[in-house]
Write a protein that binds this ligand. Structure first.
Ligand SMILES: Nc1ncnc2c1ncn2[C@@H]1O[C@H](COP(=O)(O)OP(=O)(O)O)[C@@H](O)[C@H]1O
Ligand SMILES: [Mg+2]
Length: 377
């Protein structure tokens, strides 16, 4: 029995309500028993003193007086007993009702929690009113929504990753089978193709590892004042061989009074390399890529402009999504990546407190990728 009360909030609430009622009734009874004799005497003497014509005769002698008191007290106690009983019954009914109304939402929530734990993430509870319990229900629903999103993201991610892994694996397997059956010639070219696919797999795994690190914030930003100009020059130098090979001109537009920015130099270099690398990838021979920087308010905007194929407007909202590629077959042929590069760049820039966006009108008219970093004061 005690255990039952210990384990049920409803029972505890009911018990506390009942305790209040019992104490109230007890105080009522005890107090009235104390007050009754003096009150009786006061009222009776008042009645006799105001000249109702009875004087002391009959009524005034102490025997009949105490008899009257005994009768009065008996009838008073009888009335008090019935009144207390009635009050108790009404109070019990009311406390049952109130403890139920408090317990019902708590119980609903604990059932919903159970169902969510069983993997049913679409579970929600009803929000009634605006008290603390309603707040709790609201937060509960928000948490369930978040879990639902994470779960569907996880599912999609696994689907995407297996799809991405399968493509190069199928190619490698196909080539190997062709070689074994003698359908494919054992030439240098065949081996190179297989090697290229293995390389793709390798890069994909590297990208995935980097993505998971970045998205889980499992890295430390080493924030220092960084010179954007020297950063841009480093990236240009690093990518010059690739640009030369494709006959693409790399340009710098850097004002001399550019302030330093607060950034992790390695990460900022990574982002810029990524953007220029994309530019090189999606710009035909003879094109031009420009890195331009300028101060806007208390930020520096760093833009990478290319004269490449551009990105059609309808693709732009998704360009920073994982595995998103405008043209999957083109991206594959041109040795493109898996559509993770921009996702990583986005996550890194946001971690710096900056923004990254794209402008392009598509149609082979080039694209501009711009990101911001806070200036160092
Ligand atoms: N400079 C650019 N010009 C045209 N398209 C681009 C450019 N940069 C990125 N894209 C498009 O955005 C997609 C995603 O880019 P990214 O995340 O770097 O992936 P990828 O690994 O394919 O380069 C690319 O597949 C490409 O379709
Ligand atoms: Mg890329």
């Amino acid at each position: 029995m005690i255990d039952y009360f210990r384990r049920h909030l409803g029972a505890k609430l009911l018990l506390s309500y009942l305790a209040i009622v019992v104490v109230g009734v007890a105080v009522l009874i005890i107090a009235s028993q104390f007050i009754l004799p003096t009150s009786f005497n006061r009222h009776m003497s008042g009645m006799m003193g105001n000249g109702m014509g009875m004087g002391n005769q009959g009524f005034g002698n102490s025997d009949s007086m105490s008899q009257l008191y005994v009768d009065f007290r008996a009838s008073f106690n009888e009335a008090l007993t019935y009144a207390a009983l009635a009050a108790m019954i009404v109070a019990i009914a009311l406390s049952l009702f109130f403890s139920r109304s408090v317990i019902a939402p708590v119980r609903a929530m604990s059932q919903a929690t159970q169902r969510i734990a069983d993997g049913r993430y679409d579970e929600r509870v009803r929000v009634n009113g605006s008290d603390e319990l309603a707040q709790l229900a609201l937060y509960f629903n928000q948490m369930a929504e978040k879990l639902n999103q994470i779960e569907s993201m996880r599912r999609r991610l696994i689907g995407d990753v297996s799809h991405e892994l399968r493509t190069p694996l199928t190619a490698i397997k196909g080539s190997m089978e062709g070689l074994m059956d003698g359908v494919l010639p054992a030439t240098h070219e065949t081996y190179q193709q297989i090697h290229a696919e293995a390389d793709r797999l390798n890069r994909l795994v590297d990208d995935l590892q980097e993505l998971s690190r970045v998205e889980a914030h499992a890295y430390q930003l080493d924030i220092y004042p960084v010179d954007v100009s020297s950063l841009a020059r480093t990236v240009t130098k690093r990518l010059a061989p690739q640009a030369d090979a494709k006959h693409i001109t790399l340009n710098l537009e850097l004002p001399p009074d550019l302030p330093y920015v607060l950034a992790d130099e390695d990460r900022a270099t990574q982002v810029l390399t990524n953007l220029v690398g994309n530019g090189l990838q999606y710009t035909p021979e003879g094109g031009r890529i420009t890195i331009a920087a300028k101060q806007v308010g208390n930020e520096v905007q760093i833009a990478v402009r290319d004269t490449g194929i551009g990105i059609p407007t309808e693709h732009q909202p998704h360009i920073f999504d994982r595995f998103y590629r405008v043209d999957k077959s083109r991206s594959r042929q041109s040795g493109g990546g898996s559509g993770i590069g921009l996702t990583i760049a986005h996550a890194l820039i946001e971690a710096h407190g900056g923004h990254i966006w794209v402008e392009s009108i598509g149609n082979e008219k080039g694209s501009v990728f711009t990101f911001t970093l806070p200036i160092a004061i």
